[in-house]
Design a protein around this ligand. Sequence first.
Ligand code: ZN
Length: 185
Amino acid sequence: MKLAEHLASPNVAALSHSNKLDDIRLSPHFTLGEMTKTSTGLPNVPNEAQVKNLIRLCSWLEMLRDEWNRRYGGSDAPAPSNSPKGEDDGDPIIVTSGFRSPAVNKAVGGVSTSNHLTGCAADIRVAGFKEALRKAVILLDISDESGEDFDELLIEHNRRGSYWIHFAVRPPTQGNRRKVRFIYA
Ligand SMILES: [Zn+2]
């Protein structure tokens, strides 16, 4: 496509692959790219309200990161490729799925009411059941100590024995249910 034509018809798919957008920081350790990544190849660009929800969620992920490192940090695990260059301030929190457009959510088998659709949910990687419990406890403690509510704190696992945490925070006006569950996905 010629440049003029491209400029005349900017599309969402092109935007979603812009490195510039991906590099936008939503909090000190989380970028828009990390919170919108998808292996489906489908467009996955949040609107302004959804980005605001992601920013709220990332503030919880930062608190989780701080507290995880205070309690359990100092592991000898190699730094993952997504840790900021030149920084060595602890273990990262890895998000495997954050915001999902309706097309992405459908492709990955998400439910139609998923908090991922509004940018309110993130799936957090854990090494196993013990790490899932420890991270879940930290999130509960953060909620108790801050007085801030969350919507969902789910420890999920699948038939392959993989565990992850699905954590969601909605805008206060939409009601946060403090739903805590084990889920077999
Ligand atoms: Zn999830």
